[in-house]
Design a protein around this ligand. Structure first.
Ligand code: ZN
Length: 311
């Protein structure tokens, strides 16, 4: 009650003065109040901003790290996958090589053609076709039939096995020096060539007639790479038998390891009619020994069956 009474009794002027003092006091303190409000707000704002910046940078670092880790992870995975792939590839290659090697070995141990048989069914396979003294005749064929010598060499007029070629060249040079030079008309003939040769003669005179002068494929001595057919003065085959060059060979061929393979009068033993042009290399020891002993055929010298295909 006392308060209300005083208020009521305060003069308007006084009241006005008192209000004005109050206003100016407030006015003076407004900046301070503003400052007191703004400063903490600003400080808080700066701190919050800095914190936010820090947070975002940290988040960015984490994200960057995650990307880096993911990249490393992918690289490791790719490297491991490559190693696995390489190992698998190497394994597959090794398996393929092994299979190839196995099939190559199988092909080597297995004759490419079955053993041939004579007309009467006897096995004719000669299992050492590479021997210098091998006997190939109508009862002894190559095994395998398509045997190819491993050391064939080609000179000016012949293709023979290395040793036979050297000796042939020496013999030919000696003959030329003696004025009895000759040249080769035929030497090594492959199984395939003999097929064509034999079939040609069969087409000309029939198989029975062809068999007397042309070997069946796999039965030709020319396939040994140790045989040379010679010619001189335009005279090959039969007429060569009447030449002086033939006479020189009969006297000297054994010195170089060659023999006349199908001499006259011995068809029943060799299986072939005389071929004065057909010379066979057997090595100097064998050729000289045959000469000394007066043995004219390999069949007689080695006691091996000869003659015709059958019988
Ligand atoms: Zn011949």
């Amino acid at each position: 009650m006392a308060y209300n009474k005083t208020m009521r009794m305060t003069p308007r002027r006084y009241r006005h003065h008192s209000q004005s003092t109050q206003h100016s006091w407030l006015r003076r303190r407004v900046p301070l109040a503003v400052l007191l409000v703004v400063l903490p707000l600003a400080t808080w704002g700066i701190i919050a901003y800095a914190h936010a910046q820090q947070q975002s940078q940290a988040a960015k670092r984490v994200a960057d790290q995650k990307i880096a880790f993911a990249r490393i992870d992918a690289q490791v995975k790719a490297t491991l996958q490559k190693r696995i792939d390489d190992a698998r590839k190497a394994e597959a290659e090794a398996r393929a090589t092994a299979a190839e090697e196995a099939s190559r070995r199988a092909a080597m141990t297995k004759p490419s053609v079955p053993l041939a048989s004579t007309a009467d069914g006897t096995n004719c396979g000669v299992d050492s076709p590479g021997a210098i003294q091998v006997v190939i005749n109508k009862k002894h064929c190559f095994s395998p039939l398509d045997y190819v010598p491993s050391d064939l060499v080609s000179l000016a007029d012949v293709t023979l096995r290395s040793e036979a070629a050297t000796q042939y060249a020496a013999m030919q040079n000696a003959a030329i020096a003696a004025g009895q030079g000759f040249a080769a008309s035929s030497s090594y003939r492959s199984y395939q060539t003999q097929i064509a040769t034999y079939n040609y003669w069969v087409s000309i005179s029939g198989s029975a007639q062809a068999d007397t002068y042309s070997a069946r494929p796999g039965y030709s001595e020319h396939q040994t790479g140790l045989v040379v057919d010679v010619k001189a003065g335009g005279c090959a085959l039969d007429c060569f038998g009447g030449s002086t060059q033939y006479g020189w060979l009969q006297q000297h061929a054994h010195e170089y390891g060659f023999i006349e393979r199908y001499p006259a009068g011995l068809t029943s033993i060799t299986g072939y009619t005389p071929e004065p042009w057909h010379w066979r290399y057997v090595g100097t020891a064998t050729a000289s020994d045959m000469k000394i002993k007066g043995i004219q055929t390999l069949e007689q010298y080695f006691r091996i069956a000869g003659g015709d295909y059958a019988g």
